[in-house]
Design a protein around this ligand. Structure first.
Ligand SMILES: Nc1ncnc2c1ncn2[C@@H]1O[C@H](COP(=O)(O)OP(=O)(O)OP(=O)(O)O)[C@@H](O)[C@H]1O
Ligand SMILES: [Mg+2]
Length: 170
């Protein structure tokens, strides 16, 4: 039996900012991790609504459950309890193939670290999700060039001059 219980700081907040139907709706979402005998309540009964066009920042001290909650919204993980509806569909209830499609087609993520695959060039890394989405080669080339070239709002090449070693720097 679990003996310890640690409570995260993200809890029971509901945001209503306008009257449109929410694009994302989290209802009483909890995520517990089991660590040996201990149960860690990383996300504890969180309710939140986000409408189209809204920008939302999730704030909290280290360990308060931000990444855990974002992983749930992004379909990388499933809640222990509660429901997450995106455009009216409950992510907790869809199968893993549909969840993969949701991550591929609907979610965009910027991770704290780049999470690039080291055996591929920068361009190949950027192209990979487009290949998985079966985007035509011609369109892929244009989109990769736009994302990695001068038009990009972020100078990837400066940021990634050492990654992957010797290939992305070309
Ligand atoms: N895979 C895991 N297994 C067990 N406990 C975990 C796991 N991932 C996170 N935790 C615990 O859950 C709690 C919330 O972690 P989380 O990473 O979501 O916090 P955070 O708010 O994103 O922190 P930071 O600001 O440091 O990124 C912490 O106590 C953490 O140790
Ligand atoms: Mg985090």
């Amino acid at each position: 039996m679990p003996t310890n219980q640690t409570s995260g700081q993200v809890s029971n907040q509901t945001v209503h900012q306008n009257r449109e139907q929410p694009l994302i709706q989290a209802q009483n979402v909890s995520r517990q991790y089991r660590l040996g005998e201990a149960i860690i309540s990383a996300v504890n009964d969180v309710s939140l609504e986000i409408r189209a066009g809204e920008f939302v920042a999730l704030l909290g001290s280290s360990g308060s459950g931000k990444s855990t909650f974002l992983n749930l919204l992004a379909g990388l993980d499933r809640p222990t309890s509660g429901a997450i509806h995106v455009r009216g569909r409950n992510l907790a209830a869809i199968d893993s193939m549909e969840l993969a499609r949701y991550r591929r087609d609907t979610v965009g993520m910027v991770f704290q670290s780049f999470n690039l695959l080291p055996r591929m060039t920068l361009e190949e890394n950027v192209e990979l999700p487009l290949r998985l989405a079966e985007v035509d080669r011609g369109e892929r080339e244009g989109r990769v060039a736009a994302a990695t070239g001068q038009q990009s709002c972020y100078n990837w090449r400066d940021g990634l001059h050492r990654w992957p070693a010797g290939r992305a720097a070309a």
